[in-house]
Design a protein around this ligand. Structure first.
Ligand SMILES: Nc1nc2c(c(=O)[nH]1)N[C@H]1C(S)=C(S)[C@@H](COP(=O)(O)O)O[C@H]1N2
Ligand SMILES: [Mo]
Length: 258
């Protein structure tokens, strides 16, 4: 598994730099000797990237109910420390709304009931936290792609940002607020869901009530809990620390593939 991990990282690094400079230097390169060699190298690179993309479309392993962990640990925030959240929780989240905005033609404001009336997906998957623990749980929710289709993406849409209710680190400027982001390939992955159910019950507060992200091909910190707002953007470098997530702003990798 570690091998797959590093292969992906290396290829991603190669792809971001080499492809662009190859194109820019095309005219000069066609005249120079040894260009055939470069082309063959590029071909290998393209094969690598194709495989990478296919790899990102494959499904995470799904399990059966007998595999469910007897205890699923809660991590990070387990009760958002805000008056707004306390009030929403007290009223059973009837006033809670999921805002969907940014680069969309139809901004949405969805209640929990409205989300539950959309076609649901249920999946039993393994959650892997970087801190070194895993747990198998069952999740029920709406495929994120369905919500994005309802909102209708505008041209230029590239990433989906998840704004959460909790501040994991309390700061004066709000920069301790939890947030996350994924690209459209992960957003439209069939196992990427906005979950309101866990192990056959409503999502418990400790696990992100009323709604959390499940993005099964990535590590635990990407699975944003306590969702309040989904924002579609073309880039995330102007948000908070600019790295696309709470833990990313503190040094973790943005693409946390497993
Ligand atoms: N809003 C929010 N989402 C979060 C976190 C958090 O502190 N706040 N912690 C992350 C981390 S590191 C992990 S491992 C998982 C833990 O999910 P769980 O509490 O359901 O086990 O949530 C992720 N999503
Ligand atoms: Mo984690």
């Amino acid at each position: 598994m570690m091998q797959r991990f590093s292969r992906r990282r290396i290829l991603t690094g190669l792809l971001s730099g080499v492809g662009v400079s190859m194109l820019a230097g095309c005219d000069r390169l066609t005249q120079s000797a040894g260009f055939g060699h470069v082309l063959r190298q590029t071909e290998k690179l393209t094969m690598g990237s194709q495989r990478l993309l296919l790899d990102r479309k494959t499904l995470a392993q799904e399990y059966s109910t007998s595999d469910l962990s007897p205890v699923f640990r809660a991590n990070g925030t387990q009760l958002p420390d805000s008056e707004e959240y306390a009030r929403l929780l007290e009223q059973g989240f009837v006033d809670w709304r999921l805002q969907v905005d940014g680069l969309v033609n139809r901004p949405l404001s969805l209640s929990l009931d409205q989300l539950k009336r959309l076609p649901a997906r249920t999946q039993i998957t393994r959650h892997d936290c970087v801190e070194g623990w895993s747990a198998i749980g069952q999740w029920q929710g709406v495929p994120l792609g369905r919500i994005l289709d309802l909102a209708q993406l505008k041209p230029g849409a590239r990433y989906v940002v998840f704004h959460c209710a909790d501040e994991l680190e309390v700061t004066f400027d709000g920069s301790g607020r939890y947030y996350e982001s994924i690209d459209l390939m992960d957003a439209y992955h069939p196992q990427t869901i906005l979950a309101y159910g866990m192990n056959g019950k409503p999502l418990p507060v400790a696990h992100g009530a009323p709604l959390r992200l499940r993005v099964e091909r990535q590590l635990g910190y990407k699975h944003a809990k306590y969702l309040m707002r989904i924002e579609v953007v073309s880039a995330f470098d102007t948000l908070w620390g600019g790295r696309g997530g709470y833990w990313e702003d503190r040094g973790y990798e943005w693409y946390a593939g497993i």
